[in-house]
Write a protein that binds this ligand. Structure first.
Ligand SMILES: *Cc1c(COP(=O)(O)O)cnc(C)c1O
Length: 226
């Protein structure tokens, strides 16, 4: 990543790298949606990327996202917002109202709260289940051993249509085996969506069928905090 380029230039570089990876993998152009992760960046830094024509953005905190996007959306109504960070059930109402896609469904309490809010607000949000692929104690996501039961509960107990799976592989290991694992799990459950790949490894996720890559610093630059 070049810090001397501006965000629109880096966006274009990332877009091209995605197209190249799609071609190399023999996947159709546009098979992978770029979620531009704008967490920690303010409206002034986000707007040039909107002006460049990008419309799909990711945020990891509900309140931070509300503060920025309620205003930006008045001017860019066709923005598609993705929640990629952990969700607390007391924020489910705000999350369902603001976001179009939630990538981090990972426990019954959240699934239930989302289902209740979708019914009350008469709003359909697209949903991904986060999987703790590295079985890391500190990381969010459904444990591998609980995925079957959790997906069944989402469907049968809460009436939720899950679109796909999401993962954040362990930072200190090559990600490819984890991308392969998530692809296998999604296939086994008949799920079309695969949210995987970040700035450092999005091109590696594409051969494994990533439908959504979540790219922050490669577009917006280095963040002050994670
Ligand atoms: C911050 C974040 C990203 C983007 O990370 P970069 O390395 O800056 O691309 C992607 N996914 C999740 C879940 C994140 O929290």
């Amino acid at each position: 990543m070049s810090e001397t380029e501006d965000a629109p230039a880096r966006l274009e570089t990332v877009r091209k790298a995605i197209r190249r990876a799609e071609r190399t993998a023999g996947r159709p152009e546009g098979a992978t949606t770029l979620v531009a992760v704008s967490k920690t960046f303010g409206p002034d830094e986000i707007e040039p990327v909107l002006v460049a024509g990008h419309r799909v953005f990711g945020e990891n905190r509900v309140q931070e996202a509300e503060a920025k996007w309620l205003t930006l959306r008045e001017r860019y109504a066709d923005v598609e917002l993705h929640l990629i960070g952990p969700l607390q059930s007391n924020k489910a109402a705000e999350a369902v109202a603001l976001f179009d896609v939630i990538h981090t469904v990972d426990r019954p309490k959240i699934a239930k709260a989302i289902a209740k809010e979708m019914a009350e607000q008469d709003r359909a949000v697209r949903l991904f289940v986060q999987v703790n692929v590295g079985e890391e104690a500190q990381k969010a996501g459904v444990a591998l051993s609980e995925l079957d039961a959790f997906l069944a509960a989402c469907r049968d107990d809460y009436g939720l249509a899950i679109e796909g799976l999401m993962c954040i592989p362990p930072v200190d290991e090559p990600p490819a085996p984890y991308f392969a694992l998530l692809q296998k799990l999604a296939k086994r459950h008949g799920l079309a969506g695969l949210s995987m790949g970040m700035s450092a490894d999005f091109a590696e996720a594409i051969p494994f069928g990533a439908t959504h890559v979540r790219v922050g610093s490669a577009i917006f630059g280095t963040r002050p905090r994670p």
